[in-house]
Ligand binder design. Sequence first.
Ligand code: AMP
Ligand code: GLY
Length: 429
Amino acid sequence: MNILILGSGGREHAFAWKMVQSPLCDTLFVAPGNAGTAQIATNLPIAVNDAEAIAKAIQEHHIDLLVVGPEEPLVKGLVNTLRQKKKLANLKIVGPDQQGAQLEGSKDFSKQFMQRYGIPTATSRTFTAETLQEGLAYVDAHSLPIVLKADGLAAGKGVVIAETLDEARTVLTDMLTGGRFGEAGSKVVVEQFLRGIELSVFVLTDGQNYKILPEAKDYKRIGEGDTGPNTGGMGAVSPVKFATPKFLQKVEEKVVKPTLAGLQKEGIRYQGFIFIGLMNVKDEPCVIEYNARMGDPETEVVLPRIQNDLVELMVATADGELDRIQLQVSPQTAVTTVVVSGGYPDAYEKGKAISDLETLEDVTAFHAGTTPGSNGHVLTSGGRVLALTAVANSLENAVMKSQKAARTVQFDGKYYRKDIGLDLIRFPD
Ligand code: AMP
Ligand code: GLY
């Protein structure tokens, strides 16, 4: 079959890498893709939010299966647009419609959803410009730190953890009346700060049946020791030592099952990935957020551990037949180190030539922000440039191999965290 993957990051390169291994895959397209996907698939110069151009490409290239990588087109209703087109009636889609994507697209929606279905999450209230005074009073009476979240999509930057009342008051006021985060900040969720260790759990559902994919830990901050500003993710590890079978059982019973039951009760036909960001609070799961897609760079450690044919898994998801599939997961450990452009997550330069990519050993180099240059060179074109994944029999070995690759690859201004996975190596048994 012909397959189209939408997106251009490490996540999409990992999807492409896994899908081209399938005998079911005839021609693979990625839109818009990057230099890595260009080596194994055909890149189409189409923006992920250009629904009409995507529909046209699907027809022109006789696409049978579409897998949507990033959240923005999902939240904007791409899936609804495509489903309305009679000519695309046979298209199989992995990715929720606009209603389902609200789990990620509106933090207020997702908090209310969790409250309706008794899913453990931080206590919170939502405020708008009209209720700013109430919001300030709520903040004043709250314990510190206090978490403020812009309701809408804000490219991972819409969360502020305020350490003082003054800061919390200023941020709330700026978001609601000062246009900070624009439209996304016109509603703000104010919530309790959760103390614990974070974990990402991924669910693949066909609307009825589900599979829990390997869990992962993401390293969000730019600096070693989890310091400095948040990024899209600087590295990831799977499996995660503290996610014991007992803890994951609690996640399934207290979070996954009620989430899927809630979606069904609300008449939302959700076919795709649900990424559950969790805090392990004294061995109890507490949901921080939902995402309507896979994580990046988590995908780069989750997919290498899945032994099934990914195309078969995706088709079963779109066809409502996930119950036919037995998920096979490798017991090995996968570690990815993300190599970024100097300056990221703030301003950074692009167009730097990457060298020594071909010489990397023992890793799969997933491209994130890269573009093909002249003479076969690969150039940087984004903040996160590469995700270098090693799979090994121990966490120590996987860390060593991934880090060695990050040391080896070169480009002007290169930066990466040298402590990916070290907290888990030190984590008590
Ligand atoms: P989000 O965009 O909701 O994933 O939030 C970004 C990051 O902020 C999360 O990955 C957490 O590290 C942190 N965070 C969000 N909500 C809370 C909370 N209630 N308590 C503690 N940390 C939080
Ligand atoms: N790595 C976090 C995310 O994909 O949102």
